[in-house]
Design a protein around this ligand. Structure first.
Ligand SMILES: [Zn+2]
Length: 143
């Protein structure tokens, strides 16, 4: 028996969401000592700030990033209900479940992604030389 695509994706997204929520919970419970030590530089400016205050600030930032992930997943779940999640932005084909399992927020199928990457590479290889001083002056004169 095969599980329908929608159900597979639903389970995958929910699993991902639970994983992130668990991380948020864990980091709140464990505190953020290690992160504080890494990011904390004593300067005159913040010397009067208590470590506690700083810890809270950093914890909020870390939690913020993870909350954004949760928002992304909620958004994906909504789109899944509407039937628009997991479709390629370029060709509109369904992105294979296996690919979404690895990259839940990918917006293109492998073929279109490769094409987009190739185009990007060509663009980068043909980056025009920085404008010369003359061009810059011309632009200024035009204003
Ligand atoms: Zn595509």
């Amino acid at each position: 028996m095969t599980v329908p695509r929608k159900e597979l994706l639903y389970r995958m997204l929910l699993g991902e969401k639970q994983r992130i929520l668990a991380q948020i919970k864990a980091s709140m419970e464990a505190g953020v000592e290690a992160d504080v030590r890494m990011g904390f530089e004593v300067t005159q400016d913040n010397a009067d700030k208590s470590i506690d205050e700083l810890e809270k600030h950093i914890a909020a930032q870390i939690t913020g990033v993870r909350s954004e992930m949760v928002d992304l997943i909620d958004d994906a779940l909504n789109r899944l209900n509407e039937g628009t999640y997991g479709l390629c932005d370029d060709c509109g084909e369904e992105i294979p479940v296996e690919r979404l399992m690895i990259l839940p927020f990918v917006s293109r199928c492998v073929r279109c992604q490769e094409q987009a990457d190739r185009l990007k590479k060509i663009e980068q290889e043909h980056v025009i030389e920085p404008p010369s001083e003359n061009t810059y002056e011309d632009e200024l004169l035009e204003e």
